[in-house]
Write a new protein. Sequence first.
Length: 219
Amino acid sequence: MAKIALFGATGTIGTQVLREARRRGHEVTAVVRDPAKLADPGGGTTAVVRGDVLDPASVAGAVAGHDVVISAFGPGSGDPSALVTAAKSLIGGVRSLGTGTPRPRVVVVGGAGSLRTPGGPLVWDRAGIPASVLALMHAHGDALDFLRTVPVEEVHWTCLSPAAQIAPGERTGTYRLAIDDLVVDDEGLSRISTEDFAVALLDEIELDAHAGRRFTLGY
């Protein structure tokens, strides 16, 4: 059983990550700006504390004593660049804990925009992507670029990018993995349910197979 600090627990992906972690018996601390928004986290081994993923000092205070930190943070309708701020804040907060005690691993929910498509170009180079979506894709890409500058020996990080299409659906417990290439099915579709994304993310926490790397998944 791992002690997990989860940022973004009230979001679409974070909700499923919280549910999957509890399903497996992990001890989860949901770190939220307003604890009232998660007044009923499901009981069991879930605690709710106040914290801000955009503030390194707040991150440090919330994650101390945990084994893993998950960021399922999303900017919503706000500035996409907050994704970069969050990545830097997570790393900065974990770094500030020093080396006297084990630093928690950092697992970040990334984006699909910087993945290679079967034809060669990146997802975000496809024609017809709305400007708002494109801005979010590039912000995820900038956050990943930052993570790649962090020595894994210093902060043990991993980034999981979803398929091109991710939405609530069924928990099948099955998926296929890749590193920087979009995972597509026989019909050329790249998709994953939020439930199976959470399965893969918790599998990574338990297996620790992609330290210092971004990886992705799909059906």
